[in-house]
Design a protein around this ligand. Structure first.
Ligand SMILES: C[S@@+](CC[C@H](N)C(=O)[O-])C[C@H]1O[C@@H](n2cnc3c(N)ncnc32)[C@H](O)[C@@H]1O
Length: 171
């Protein structure tokens, strides 16, 4: 029994460390934004059913589930944290939208965004410059980008929600 409890405790500690340390390694805490702010950001992007949304750094999958369940979108999350990826997968299953949601484990700077109709990103200004160049190079014409809490240098925002710090851009 003691051995079992020891293994269980070690497992929980490893999972907790991975949950915290991987996002921290990328420079961000694994925090999500509010549902209200996510809904507002998605509404600004004027989503059409069956379009594809990418969430860059998708955390626990809250944006993916709202996008799939409330807006009828196909949602792709790219997330560095392995624990966050597992939680997102469970979250999508629990909410009955796993057929619309895909989670890719890894660094979104190594992915290509050419399939995205809408990109959502809740990050910091440290990401702005590099992300702005990548989005400009890879997004198809007509794609929309919503950023929360940071802007994209060199892009002109079509809408800026000052109260919620949400920027909408169109390519
Ligand atoms: C502030 S959270 C946002 C979570 C989610 N988008 C939301 O709004 O609920 C940022 C997430 O981005 C992830 N992240 C940061 N840099 C990343 C990168 N280069 N590639 C993949 N994930 C990254 C972190 O692990 C963290 O879970």
């Amino acid at each position: 029994m003691q051995v079992f409890l020891g293994i269980l405790a070690a497992f929980i500690i490893v999972v907790a460390l991975l949950w915290l340390l991987v996002p921290a390694w990328y420079g961000l805490p694994p925090v999500t934004t509010t549902r209200e702010r996510i809904r507002k950001a998605l509404e600004l992007a004027n989503p059409q059913p069956d379009e594809t949304l990418y969430d860059l750094g998708s955390g626990h999958g809250r944006v993916l589930v709202i996008a799939a369940k409330e807006f009828g979108l196909n949602a792709v999350g790219i997330e560095a944290g392995p624990v966050q990826c597992v939680i997102s997968w469970l979250n999508a299953r629990w909410n009955g939208v796993s057929s619309q949601v895909r989670v890719e484990a890894g660094d979104f700077f190594k992915s290509n965004f050419k399939e995205a109709d809408i990109v959502f990103a809740y990050l910091t200004s440290d990401y702005g410059e590099r992300l702005a160049k990548k989005l400009a190079a890879e997004l198809k014409p007509g794609a929309r980008v919503v950023t929360v809490s940071f802007d994209l240098p060199g892009w002109d925002a079509d809408v800026f929600d000052r109260e919620r710090l949400i920027y909408l851009y169109k390519k």
